[in-house]
Design a protein around this ligand. Structure first.
Ligand code: TIU
Length: 230
């Protein structure tokens, strides 16, 4: 029988189950996080996103120690932009568009320096990296097949941004039947009010999309799995 540890979460305890859980790290890419990158060029303050890095590094380390599968995602496009719909490419009046040359290479283009994950959270060999053209990690990717093959039914959801790619992925996962625990200090938004309300939306109405908990509750639970694993 699988070992289960209850994590203190909202709106109710989350039953973390050994062998059934994956940690998903959404879009912790240089283009979104670093000064001078795409996120900043959209008029955003990247400082709020950089605050996510230390607690997320600790959570990833705890997951690896507990043998929990770690999956990273990157939002981006083919160099020819054939997978970037006009509605995404042409929206607004940004200083820079996807595919334009930026400080870290062509913006949100696969293979460019800015498209890759920040050094502190770099995947290690054997971890899955999902390249996704949309906001959600299930759209036009192999994520569902990978989770099914590994017997995963629960996701610890982290990354950026809370109200965009984290929300979209959590909603997609919830519709597909996955239990989602969003880790509150490991998700970040450029907008403090969206961060607060984004987390409230997930756990409202009895947990309409999932659960929310802080690393102070999640990391000890992962340590329990580590120390009691046979
Ligand atoms: N990863 C993700 O959230 N992509 C975005 O474009 N987010 C913004 O908030 N702009």
């Amino acid at each position: 029988m699988s070992q289960t540890v209850d994590i203190a979460a909202e709106p109710t305890p989350f039953p973390l189950t050994a062998g059934r859980t994956a940690l998903i790290v959404i879009d912790m890419q240089r283009d979104f996080l670093l000064p001078g990158g795409f996120g900043e060029s959209l008029g955003n303050d990247v400082g709020l996103l950089l605050e996510v890095v230390p607690p997320l590094a600790a959570l990833i380390a705890a997951a690896r120690a507990a043998g929990v599968m770690v999956i990273h995602t990157r939002e981006g496009h083919r160099p020819d932009l054939s997978d970037c719909p006009p509605a995404k490419l042409h929206r607004g009046a940004p200083e820079k568009r996807i595919g334009d040359p930026g400080r870290y290479g062509r913006i949100l283009i696969r293979g460019e320096y800015g498209h890759d994950i920040v050094d502190e959270l770099a995947p290690i060999p054997g971890e899955v990296v999902i390249d996704k053209p949309g906001k959600g990690a299930f759209y036009a990717t192999g994520l569902q097949d990978i989770l099914d093959a590994a017997g995963i039914t629960q996701l610890l959801v982290t990354g950026v941004t809370t109200e965009v790619c984290v929300h979209t992925t959590t909603r997609e996962a919830n519709d597909r039947g996955y239990e989602c625990l969003v880790v509150s200090d490991c998700v970040g938004s450029y907008f403090p009010e969206f961060q607060r309300i984004g987390l409230e939306m997930i756990k409202a109405q009895g947990g309409i999309f999932g659960w929310v908990a802080h690393t102070a509750a999640v990391i000890p639970a992962l340590h329990t799995l580590t120390t009691t694993a046979v």
